[in-house]
Each structure stands twice: as structure tokens, then as C-alpha cells.
Ligand binder design. Sequence first.
Ligand code: UT7
Length: 328
Amino acid sequence: MRAEIKSLATYVPPRLLTNADLEKLVDTSNEWIMQRTGIRERHIVDPGVATSDLATEAARQAIERAGLTPPDIDLIIVGTVTPDMLFPSTACLVQHKIGASRAWGFDLSAACSAFTYSLTVGSQMVTAGAVKNALVIGADVMSSIIDYTDRSTCVLFGDGAGAVVVAPASEDGFGILDFEHHVDGSGGPALCMPAGGSRMPASHDTVDQRLHYVKQEGATVFKFAVTKTGEMCERLLSRNNLTANDIDLFVSHQANRRIIMSAAERLGLPEEKVVINIESFGNTTAATIPLALNDAINSGRIKKGDRVLLASVGAGFTVGAVLMRWGI
Ligand code: UT7
């Protein structure tokens, strides 16, 4: 039995942070940001709004679009690096808010690969027959861990959420066909939030040193992302006796337009098969792939029977790719 995505919904907070706004905060320019990243604006939350709030909006709509009600959900996985708090998990908060009275669940920490990882775990639980309806969410409030005095990171990130309902595929040959995941833990220092965990609990000192914010060696992550995305997708395609010609749509994590285009070029995928919406959302970490899938659906770029390739690289380093045949 295969599992498939039955429905998808997304949510972004209404408030916009544009490149012009950032020009007033740090020494940067619209030209630099557009040229080096492809980002024009991002959505960020108002104070007091947390990841479970965005996740709940997306989840409610995804459940409704699947023709289900919250008690039909058996499992909730929330991929996030910005949980409302360290515990209880955001999955527990979402379970309560939406009234998914029968569901169990947990958070999955894989940074920008959280959606591909969560989709794989959720779909495998369905495939194994352990659960029928899994709610898989990617949600992050990156603005809560971004240093808006650091121009090398603050221009990159935004907030958002995406949710899918995963359930047994209704037709043969549709749904999640295969996946490929890796970890390269040696990459940890290149992208991390140093304080706030057990290694460096929050103290006046850690706050004074601004250690509760994202720290990134951009060029190191960039190189790893381009190489690994290509390698991982090639392996996944060849294992399934497919080539780039057989892929209808490439939906990658949206960290940088140049990373996505370099990876697509390496794979031999023409621009018309590549979804890029980073311009309007920035890097929303766990939410980028559902946000990109949502745009592809709304613009009619994805239809039933299409072979869709998802790919992501994130902090860890974590790496993920999922191959599916779109069934809705
Ligand atoms: O999703 C999680 C994974 N994250 C990623 O995939 C991000 C991967 N990395 C990247 O996307 C890119 O490395 C960045 C967009 C972060 C940076 O682009 P880059 O082309 O690698 O720039 P750079 O870090 O090599 O910096 C080039 C120059 C530097 O100035 P100097 O040293 O050449 O004088 C930076 O100080 O650009 C400068 N710079 C900026 N200038 C204007 C860095 N940030 C900014 C900025 N505005 N916001």
C-alpha cells in the first residue's frame, strides 16, 4: 500500500517585511538581496504569535479540504525549529487547538529538511498500516530567532506554515513512491542557534552575546546544498529507473534562488519544471516546500499523474528528497 497527499493548505501571517524595510534596519540593499538570494519580501508575525498559531490555521484547512474532521486524524507531526516552547511539543498544542481528540503526535527537528523528513515518517506510518490519516505540518516563526542587526541572516528568513493530510493512496501507482535522506553531522557549526539548549542554557551572558539567534556560514551551506541536492536527487531517480525527463515538477526547499537553479541545472531540469516562490516568502524553513507546492497547485502547474520531486538541505546538515506521483 502507498500513501499519498490528500490535501494541502498553507498559512502566512499578513504582515510584510520588504527589502525596503530591511534597508532601514541594516546596511543592505534591495539590489544585493534580489541578486544574491531572489527574495523581495517575507511575511512575519506580530508579537505574541507563535508557530502553533500558524500551524493550526494551515491544519484546519488541510483537514477540511481532505473532507475530514479533526477527530479523523490519527497522527500529527510538526516539523519545526521554532516550537512555541521546548516542551510540550508544538504537535501537542496543535492537537488541542484543532480538537484532534484521537491523535498522537510529536515534533520533528530537521530544520529546512523538516517537511521532507516529516512527510517520509508520516507516509511510512500510513504505509505500514499503523495510522490511516496523518497530518504532516511544516511550520516556523523564524523571525523569533533572527538577529535583525545581522545583515548576513536577517534578509533571508520569513514565517509560515503548510499542512498536508497523508492517507492510503486511492489508486495504484500514485502517491509517495520513494525517498532518500541523509545526515552529515559534521556540518552542525555552519548553521545553528548556539544557546537555549542544555549545552548553553539561557543566561544574561548568552543573551548579551546574542547567542539565541541563527548563526550561519552562508558560503559553506551554499556549497553543500548545491552539491548534495544534485547527488541525492540523482541517486533517487536512478534507483527508480528515471531521468530528469520523467520529472514533471521539481519542488525544492527555498533558501536561495541560485541554489535551486544550480541544483536544477545539474540535474538537467529546465526552468519550466522548477517551482520558485522565494521572492514572496523568503526562507520559511519547514514551510517552504508546502508553500511552493501550494503555488504550483494554484497556478495550475501540477496535475494528477505528474511525477513530483521534492528536495531539501538544512541545518545538521540534514538532506532529504521525496519522489511522488500526484494523485489529487
Ligand atoms: O535553508 C537553510 C540553509 N541555508 C542556506 O541554504 C543559505 C545558503 N547560503 C546562501 O544563500 C548565501 O551564502 C547567502 C545569501 C547567505 C550569502 O550570499 P553569498 O553570495 O555567499 O555572499 P557572501 O556571504 O560570500 O558575502 C559576500 C559579500 C560580503 O562582503 P565582502 O566580504 O565581500 O565585502 C558580505 O559582507 O556580501 C556581503 N553581505 C551583504 N551585503 C549586503 C552579506 N550579507 C549582505 C547583505 N547586504 N544582506
